[in-house]
Design a binder for this molecule. Structure first.
Ligand SMILES: Nc1ncnc2c1ncn2[C@@H]1O[C@H](COP(=O)(O)OP(=O)(O)O)[C@@H](O)[C@H]1O
Ligand SMILES: [Mg+2]
Length: 341
């Protein structure tokens, strides 16, 4: 019976008026661009996050672990020999250095009889992989359509904690970090539709995560509330992230590493290596608000008020995390705002 009330509560939200969005403190696209990105992200810091290779190098300098780099292909002539970068066994991922939103990412689980097994179960030929690399290097998936580099990375083996929650793909954890304080988090879970990638625009599920506990608040797919994973059938409310403190601290350190006042850190938990930084975003999307059923504005304001009171420099990262957790203990509402980018 309680379950039914929950469903009814969520389903009543097919339309949210502008007034309700304001009430929820939802940050819109223009406001994000002007008040967050332009105001708090210095231009000189963009290249270090817009290019995933540069992010990896920077992270290395800071002692932050990232998935192992197997090789880089920059020129069309190198494509015929792409196999020399592949691991002897196991899977790999090809991704555009300057891509975003999961576009152009090819997740390969293994090689069988010269064919490549995608997360969806589809086998593709060597020629198809070469064709993908050729498109990628030409700039088909890069931010400004500029020629790009193909990164070949080792396939992350997702922690067994998430086996029932993600379908054939590694879930990632997105944390929005404002001046070094984590302000909102969600876990993104792959589905059959998202083809091994945990990007919402590819059909992944977004689960809002309580900053203090590392537990699920609510979940959305394609902007709609959802209770069960469509492919594994697991109850999304039961999602709980181990190592939560460590993950939040990792996200907070990304501010010290880049100097970006408003960033989105994408983290993953590898079964053997533990928490890793996957990539950073200087223009993180706003759908995290839907996954949490809460707007970002009030949280950014609370951090601004705290920063205004600071006499000296900001606290070290561990203290920033604790402070944010204290400020944002479970501010949940039952209705996620609809139709936010
Ligand atoms: N090395 C990897 N192993 C397994 N899955 C990966 C790997 N790299 C990326 N992915 C999958 O692809 C998604 C998007 O990767 P990411 O590096 O964040 O690129 P984008 O900028 O396109 O979001 C991740 O959330 C994850 O699900
Ligand atoms: Mg990403």
């Amino acid at each position: 019976m309680l379950g039914l009330f929950k469903v009814l509560g969520w389903l009543r939200v097919h339309f949210v008026s502008p007034a309700r969005l304001r009430e929820l403190g939802v940050l819109g696209l223009n406001e994000r661009n002007v008040a967050c990105i332009s105001a708090h992200n210095p231009r000189r810091s963009f290249p270090s996050v817009d290019d995933k290779l540069q992010t990896k190098l920077l992270a290395q300098d800071y002692g932050i672990a990232t998935p192992a780099l197997l090789g880089v292909i920059r020129h069309q002539a190198e494509i015929v020999r792409f196999e020399r970068h592949l691991p002897a066994g196991g899977g790999f991922v090809i991704k555009p250095a300057e891509g975003s939103g999961g576009k152009g990412i090819l997740v390969i689980q293994g090689v069988f009889d010269g064919c490549y097994l995608k997360s969806s179960g589809e086998l593709i030929s060597r020629q198809a992989v070469q064709h993908h690399l050729s498109n990628l290097i030409s700039g088909l998936y890069s931010l400004g359509g500029q020629p790009d580099a193909a990164i070949i990375e080792r396939l992350i083996q997702s922690s067994s904690d998430f086996t029932d929650f993600s379908f054939e793909g590694v879930p990632d954890i997105r944390v929005i970090v404002y001046h070094g304080y984590p302000v909102m988090a969600m876990m993104r879970l792959s589905t059959r539709a998202s083809d091994g990638k945990a990007n919402l625009h590819q059909g992944a599920i977004g689960v809002g995560i309580d900053l203090t506990l590392g537990t699920a608040i609510q979940a959305v797919q394609h902007d709609r509330p959802i209770l069960l994973h469509p492919d594994t059938g697991s109850d999304l409310h039961k999602l709980r992230i181990e190592n939560w403190q460590h993950l939040l601290e990792l996200s907070a350190r990304c501010y010290d590493m880049t100097g970006l006042g408003y960033l989105g850190a994408d983290l993953v938990v590898d079964a053997e290596l533990g928490p890793l930084l996957l990539e950073l975003n200087a223009r993180p999307g706003l759908a995290i608000q839907m996954a949490n059923g809460l707007g970002l504005k009030s949280r950014l304001k609370l951090i601004d008020q705290h920063r205004a009171k600071l006499k000296g420099p900001a606290e070290p990262y561990k203290e920033r995390v604790s402070l944010a957790q204290g400020l944002f203990t479970m501010q949940v509402c039952s209705a996620p705002p609809a139709n936010v980018e």
